[in-house]
Design a protein around this ligand. Structure first.
Ligand SMILES: CC(C)(COP(=O)(O)OP(=O)(O)OC[C@H]1O[C@@H](n2cnc3c(N)ncnc32)[C@H](O)[C@@H]1OP(=O)(O)O)[C@@H](O)C(=O)NCCC(=O)NCCS
Length: 178
């Protein structure tokens, strides 16, 4: 293993965005999870990159969310360069983020994704309809992880943005621009 995981720095943002675009394409903006990211920044202390020979190999970010009246985190996007997949980078990025989230005092993490993959780091399906995303999601892909005992089991209600950092128009432009 020659890659190294470190916190994402401001100078990484452009290459992280390019990697996410390469992995998910423009269609990602239509997903429910993106409604929770509109106008809200990721948790900087929980954004990690995998670097090898000076090049970005993978990235993970977490967004702050509220579920009902509880604070939680939304994991993703998680993205690994296609030529570098299957080397453990994705799992290692998530493990680092999960460890730091626990240390930071977060009680739970939620995500929308493939259960067989995310189960490798402890995620499990939430009972159907316990939490409601702002748009359609496949209930079998709604997963959660407790960082404090039982925390994911009590999550219930609407998933929403806990605050808005940068108000944007419907077309994504900052309010007041142009
Ligand atoms: C999903 C992704 C992050 C995995 O990264 P990775 O670095 O290859 O993952 P790892 O090397 O840590 O783990 C690889 C293992 O997970 C398995 N795996 C990968 N994606 C999987 C999935 N969607 N479902 C089930 N298993 C999966 C692989 O088969 C491999 O299994 P093995 O260890 O038994 O060979 C990467 O494929 C990717 O960037 N995909 C495109 C973006 C995406 O779908 N992101 C996830 C949604 S947020």
């Amino acid at each position: 293993m020659a890659w190294n995981i470190r916190q994402e720095l401001p100078g990484d943002a452009a290459s992280v965005e390019a990697l996410v675009e390469e992995c998910f394409g423009p269609g990602r903006y239509a997903k429910s999870a993106y409604r929770l990211r509109d106008g809200v920044g990721p948790v900087a202390a929980l954004s990690f990159v995998a670097i090898e020979e000076g090049a970005l190999r993978g990235s993970v970010r977490f967004w702050p969310v509220a579920v009902g009246s509880e604070k939680s985190l939304l994991l993703g996007p998680l993205a690994v360069k296609s030529a570098e997949r299957g080397r453990g980078i994705g799992i290692a990025l998530m493990e680092r983020g999960i460890e730091e989230a626990r240390k930071s005092g977060f009680a739970s993490i939620i995500l929308v994704g493939d259960e067989p993959y995310y189960a490798r780091v402890g995620f499990a399906r939430l009972s159907a309809k316990r939490i409601q995303f702002p748009g359609p999601v496949d209930p079998s892909r709604v997963l959660a992880l407790s960082l404090q005992p039982g925390a994911a089991l009590t999550l219930a209600g609407a998933v929403r943005r806990p605050h808005i950092d940068n108000p944007v128009c419907a077309d994504g432009a900052p309010l007041g621009a142009g």
